[in-house]
Structures are given as C-alpha cells and as structure tokens.
Design a protein around this ligand. Sequence first.
Ligand code: F0G
Length: 448
Amino acid sequence: MSTETRAYQKCINLACSAEYDCSEVYFKCPACGDLLDVKYNWDKIRVPKKLSDFAKRWATRNNRLDFSGVWRFRELLSFCDDRYKVSVGEGQTLLQQNCGLAQELGMEPSSLFLQYEGLNPSGSFKDNGMTAAFSHAQMVNAAASACASTGNTSASMALYAHSCGLKATVFIGEGKIAFGKLSQSMDFGAHTIQVAGDFDDCMKQVQDVCTELNIYLVNSLNPFRLEGQKTIMLRIIEGLGWQVPDWIIVPGGNLGNSSSFGKAFAELKEIGLIDRVPRLAVINARGANTLTELVNDKGLKWNGGKVDNKIADDYFADLDATGYRPDTIASAIEISRPVNLKKCLRALEVCNGVVLDVTDEEILDAKAQVGKYGLGCEPASAATIAGLKYLLANGTVGKDQRVACVLTGHLLKDPNATVNYHSKMAREFSNPPVQVENDLAKIIALMK
Ligand code: F0G
C-alpha cells in the first residue's frame, strides 16, 4: 500500500511498523498499541523546490487555503483532498523579534524571537492542529468529536467542531482549568463533562469513550493533528526570511508540539528543503516534569527507535504506587503521563535536543517579562523564557544564537494568573494598581 498513495499511516514501533491507509481512524496502532505517524511518498507530491516558493501564496490569499497559515504549506501535509479541508483562518501568527527582552536576558538584542501563537482564532497554537484533525474527520465522515483537555484543546476543538457541524464533547479534570478557556468551549456549544480526576485521568477515559462510541478523538494522539502543528516551524522559518534558527524552545505538556516540530525538521531535511535542523529545548514545569526526570535522570532516549520501555513503565508504575499528582500554576502543562513521550524522544534525537524544568515562580516572573515587552502570554508559554534563562546561564545557548520561543497561548486565556501576580504576589516584576483618594491634586501628585 505504502508506495501507491501520497500518504499513509505507520506505527512508530520499529518492531511493528504496521501501515494503514489514511481513511482508517485509529489513535493508536491496532496491532501493537504504539503511536502512529502520517508518512508521505514524497515522489508522489509536488513539493516546491525551495521553501521560499511558498511565499507566492501571499498574493493569492483570497483563496481560503492560501490564507490559512497551515494550508498554504499544504504540500507538506498532503493527506487529504482540498474539499475536506476546514479552515477558520488559523495560523495568522507573528514572529516578533524582541530586542528589549533579549537585552534583559543578556542576549544580543537581535537574537530573540517570540512566535506568538496566541493570535490564532481560539487564542492558542491548538488551531494549527485542529484544522488538520477536523479536515481528516471530514474526510472519514466523522459525526462527533471529543478530547480531554486542560482548556486550550477543548476551546479549539469546540470552535472547529462548530464550524463543520460535528458534535463536540470535552472532558476536563476537577480544579485547575483556566476560566478563559472553559468559557470558550461553553460558548462554542461543546458538551462539557467534568471528571473527578485530573487531566491524565481524563485522557485515559476519553480514549475508551471514543473507542466504545466510535467518536473522533482530537487529542494529540491523533497523528493528523500533529501534521498541522508542523506549520508553526514553517512560519518561524518564513519569519526569519526562510532561514532556520539555532534553537526552538517550547513548553512540554502532552508533548505533541515538540513531537511535531521534530517530525517537521526531519522531513524538511529528508526532502532537501533545509540543510540543517535547529536544536530543540523542551521545558517542563517542575511540578509536572516527567520528561525531564525520564530523560535527564533516568537516561531514557529514542535510541534509533529502540526505546527502553521498561524505564518509562517503571516510572509510571511508581507514580501510580505513590498516588502522584502533577501540580503547577501552568495548568496547561499540568500533565504527568504525556501521551507523545516516544515521539518527543525521537524529536530530541533529530534536533540534538535538551530538556529541563522550571519552577512556578520562574514561570510567572518570565511571563511578566514577556508581558512587559509587548505580547503577553499564558503561564505555560512563559516556561520557554524561564528555560532560556537557564540555557543561557549554563552556556548551552550562546548569547548571539538565534532563538525562537513558541508562545503557545494568549495572555487572556488565564487572566487570574496575571492579576494575582501583579496584585497579590509582590514579585520582581509585579506592577500592582496604586490606590488613591478621589481627589484631583492627590491623583496628579501620584503621576509626577
Ligand atoms: N502550552 C499551552 C498553552 C497548552 O495549552 C499546552 C497543552 C501546551 C503548551 C503543551 O503542549 O501538549 O504539545 O506539549 N494543552 C493541552 C490542552 C494539554 O488540553 O489544552 P504539548
């Protein structure tokens, strides 16, 4: 099957390597239970000769697919016919060169770039993936969709489901879900089910629910969703005048982004559209640092595809035995059983990557610094800047290297975190309101 079609699915487990048509709907390999990839027969796809050829589509952006920041790169995610593609104008995002923040971090002012994915229609990077997943859902004629979420996936799913007439059910855990996000999925008409458990519990339940009720799962286990997220890297390269940066820094939660970024660079290198891959840094919150512990402390690696599964199995058994629950202010990445762990290990190998974790205080300070210089972001996104500080301090990242940090979600997703930082926490970058009597002279005195 694999050489006849443009795209097919393939199990990432080398010992299995089972292949499936793109019309089949799985979120795990039916033969062995491992993750699936979307693979391409590049000789059957008209890939542009150079990446800058994609720039031509700016001139034809009245075509909805050329307007989309995902589908204008469609040859690189060529798994479905144009007629199935669902777009709500995703990917109109910005690569902002942030000289002020670079200087504050002790970097060469021109070196730091922030890829602001908060500009997406639902306010986070998820729309890049959701447009791809829902296009596939249309292709296979799905009637209903579902996801487990810490908030952003659900907001994005609800938006896309609404746009193409699929039912949407969101599974959220108790407690930490930022209100900005929850309000979106309710407003877009999704059926919201709150499970007495955390995200990891919801993630497990939703897989069983989807299997039992034949519902289309849009979490990042879905290999088609990750295809859309590759385009975040293409837009960074585009923003740099079609050059590859030295570093990509991304927060790590369920590890879908890091996985898809690694896949993007491996493919671009394979088809000769780039001549080198950037390095990748994945930043965990300290209170949800499974990847950091597994990679840095336990030595887990992709190892050319021969992953030592026992290391991860023992680690998760330990979490179960101790009843461990992740805990971080960066609720978006409060995940201790990342479903894309293996694909992320592969990305780390492709990109000579590093992993580290940062504390909640470091995340919040970094978030305030991002805000101070313009864009603002939600806590999980600021883990990138908090991580960059460590990487600069220990010399892993050079002060004049070009670094692109992916700001995954909009500031207004989690306004409580911002208000609390500025009004209650009294930290280095807090900027609380000043109280004054209702008196003109006193107000003016304060403003001098
Ligand atoms: N940043 C934000 C703002 C997120 O919402 C998420 C994940 C991540 C980073 C982590 O990305 O999973 O690709 O490593 N949010 C998911 C959700 C879990 O349900 O909204 P990842």
